[in-house]
Design a binder for this molecule. Sequence first.
Ligand code: WT7
Length: 651
Amino acid sequence: MSRDLDTLLKEKRIFKPSKILTDETNIKKWMETQDVHDYDELLERASENPEWFWNDLARELEWFKPYRKTFEWNPPHAKWFLEGKFNIIHNALDRHIKGPNREKIAYLWEGESGEVRSLTYIELYKEVNKFANVLRGFGVEKGDTVSIYLPMILELPIAMLACAKIGAIHSVVFSGFWAKAFKDRINDSGSKIAITADGFTRRGKIINLKENVDKIMDKTPSIEKLIVINHADLPVEMHSPTDVWWHEIMENSDTECKTEEMDSEDPLFILYTSGTTGKPKGVVHVHAGYAVGVYTTMKFVFDIQEEDVWWCAADIGWITGHSYIVYAPLLIGATSLIYEGTPDFPDPGRIWGMVEKYGVSVFYTAPTTVRMFMKFGEKWPEKYDLSSLRLLGSVGEPINPEAWIWYYNTIGKGKCPIMDTWWQTETGMHLITPLPISKLKPGSAVKPFPTVIADVVDDDGKSVVGGGGHLVIKSTWPSMFRTLYKDPDRYVEAYWSTFKNIYLSGDVARKDEDGYFWIQGREDDVLNVAGHRISTAEVESALVSHPGVAEAAVVGKPDEIKGEEICAFIVLKENYKLEENLKEALINHVRMEIGPIATPACVNWVSDLPKTRSGKIMRRVIKAKVKGYPVGDISTLANPEVVDEIDKLID
Ligand code: WT7
């Protein structure tokens, strides 16, 4: 693939943002008030004095009670805005109601079928209050968890915001996962309340969510109420007394509701993400630090101004949507677009038509989407007027220079800087990213956000310049995850133990002579398929749960559009009859166990997997073969003949 290290090393182009643009940016204006003269000085001063930077921004939000100390960093544990009383919803909604944003549109929503809805700040505030009252009526209290499994409809942010308002912790499960993921997450978090919808359409095809949820409800003993939204008018079976209709319980609910005063460090949400083992990690974020972090990046990276129309084309079920669809746009008082459907449905002009229709000015998507549209050709964006765009963003995986240039020229018409933002579920906000005043190099995420100290280190933890190494973070940041839900040991072990008290991102990166970061991808057994994190262990355990499978190894295979594809190597059980459609059956089995995003692109039969003499699978051997790298030292391999077998399969 073109984002190989070699190509990146050759990438020398530099793009300078225009002076008119930079002079009017939020960051430039802020720097003037602080007597900071340029980007380098900003980064230097901020890393020397993080309190200065964050205090000034935290002051732009409202506190029920001021905090006493900006942060306390006892690695690997951080606390921010200590002793402050705060609620993210007071800042995302309540304060706008008293000011000029009251009648401003908060969310513009378009369904896959073309249906349009919108909510002003006051309307959203009322909906959130109504649902918050419903939750309180069902006995939900501060600190309780609520599990949410919804498509991209307005009720999803409403439900999340209502939880936060009363101090409940939301746990959202991506609707593209199968309901089994919902069950596991409900049981891990012990929620009393679950929220879902009848269903939705994807590329015109009906997905019956409620029917799937019904299959797992008898295995979720903590659930007392299942709230169901009628979105697609599908026939559903309601089970009494658990199931209730959203529209019925909302009907007479009060539009006023008191916002709970939270401690800065009280949990806001759990979001599960894939790690190197099969068990997903429940990443925990808190009210105040998270709010300050996402607000600040929205202001300085995406430079959101009064009249902007913001579109983060991600799913709310992932961290990108939590931070940059639900919370940050509201914290800054923006108008943002939410789209329910697939970007190329019913044709590849869909999203460009929406940019024109709504006058989108700042647009954020993943490289996989850019590469997909590159393939469809320029004729699609050329049909529409994209002149409203002034800034573009990229997230989720490395963007190869070729796709960067296409995005810059064909979509941005050579006038929109691209913010290639590197971050993770755990980081909550962008950590390595350009600002609109930075010089850009296509394919590089540029430099750490002010105050963040990032580095690339070798196995001994020593900084490396020029070559590849582990991407680590050596500072704390406000929207840092605080722990893994019910698993504090794993928090320390997975992230802070390889290099003691230094955050291990799990990515490989390179830092060039100008201090620019070039992210190359995951170094652990986590795949990045179309910008989504999937662990090989999760797919493998789904595969071996099929009666015919004895052993399975999954590796990522480079793919031009998705970045990586899932490629499985299977050893069948002895005497298992190789049915004709077994490959399809296995692929389907994984879809049913995890969800469509984990669909293996290829399944290969092998007689054995490469193993050490002690019986450990040497996945790196398969990985090297699939990626076309040298296999390296295989002297400890017990069965070298399978390497030839894999070789033949790959040719
Ligand atoms: C992983 C985190 C953060 C929102 C989306 C994914 C990869 C993310 C970039 C980027 C290169 C990137 C990394 C990271 N990643 N942004 N701009 N350039 N790689 O969140 O599911 O927690 O995945 O996504 O590999 O570790 P996530």
